[in-house]
Design a protein around this ligand. Structure first.
Ligand SMILES: NC(=O)c1ccc[n+]([C@@H]2O[C@H](COP(=O)([O-])OP(=O)(O)OC[C@H]3O[C@@H](n4cnc5c(N)ncnc54)[C@H](OP(=O)(O)O)[C@@H]3O)[C@@H](O)[C@H]2O)c1
Length: 249
């Protein structure tokens, strides 16, 4: 078995996944497996991170498309052969979909954000269960909170993006079910809202990346995810975490 902590991150070539890879790899004792559906993009991201001076951990690329069962199965098999276990699985890959019919948008969004996140993380469970201190994080969004969506005095109340919101609400249910399934086996399961941060989620123009200037630094999301992996929020396992507290489901 590998000595470093083994971290798998899906969607690691961009945005929050990229920032989290870079953040974790700045500490010794971690190996980050960068899950990417496009390995060329993944290799470019890995090279860019490695070229920064403060990398103390190690990195590798894993081809994984969370909407493709054969890709998921091959990825699990590869990680099993190379590492034998996973200590933290960050189910981060997620999308929005614009410019299609409402049915097409919902189908695409749910295929990635709900079925993709749930089925991929379930497939990695046997490897997580080989860890001494396993951690499963579903990267959700405050936009998926039913409690916030129903509260007229909360800023999330009037936010649009119905399909995306519905998908993250469904992902939250999946997370809660996984927590109930796994807590007796000592798996720390969390839903986590990374906050509004710069990424390609909303598109690739500067306006979209920055959410009109409102988006923060994804390294802050990365720090939050690292704290969870490191056990700083273990007392909140099974909950929906924001940067500084919890959100209602
Ligand atoms: N940014 C925010 O403000 C914000 C706020 C709340 C929650 N989130 C959540 O944070 C997570 C990361 O998003 P981000 O903001 O970092 O967006 P991003 O920059 O667009 O990154 C998304 C990543 O997911 C990958 N991906 C998409 N579909 C995939 C699939 N089928 N299989 C494997 N990988 C796939 C993308 O790969 P490609 O590069 O190949 O497309 C990319 O690497 C998402 O779950 C998102 O919902 C983000």
């Amino acid at each position: 078995m590998a000595a470093s902590k083994i971290i798998v991150i899906t969607g690691a070539n961009s945005g929050i996944g990229y920032a989290t890879t870079k953040f974790i790899a700045s500490y010794p004792g971690y190996h980050v497996i960068m899950g990417c559906r496009d390995t060329e993009k993944g290799q470019a991201a890995l090279d860019e991170i490695k070229s920064s001076n403060d990398i103390k951990g190690t990195l590798s690329i894993l081809q994984i498309d969370v909407t493709d069962d054969s890709s998921i199965a091959a990825a699990v098999s590869q990680v099993e052969q190379e590492f034998g276990r996973v200590d933290a699985f960050l189910s981060n890959a997620g999308i929005t979909a614009f410019g299609h019919s409402a049915r097409e948008q919902l189908t695409k969004i749910f295929a990635t954000n709900v079925m993709g996140a749930f089925l991929t993380s379930q497939s990695f469970l046997p490897l997580l269960l080989k860890s001494e201190n396993p951690c499963l994080i579903q990267v959700s969004s405050g936009l998926g909170s039913l409690g916030l969506a129903a509260n007229p005095s909360d800023p999330h109340y009037n936010a649009p993006w119905e399909g995306y919101r519905m998908s993250k609400a469904a992902l939250n249910m999946a997370t809660l079910q996984q927590h109930k399934q796994l807590h007796s086996q000592n798996v720390r399961v969390f839903a986590y809202c990374p906050g509004l941060v710069r990424s390609n989620l909303r598109g690739e123009s500067e306006e979209a990346v920055s959410a009109g200037g409102a988006a923060g630094d994804p390294m802050n999301s990365a720090r939050g995810l690292f704290d969870i992996i490191e056990g700083k929020r273990d007392s909140e396992a099974g909950q929906f975490l924001s940067a500084n507290g919890t959100y209602p489901w």
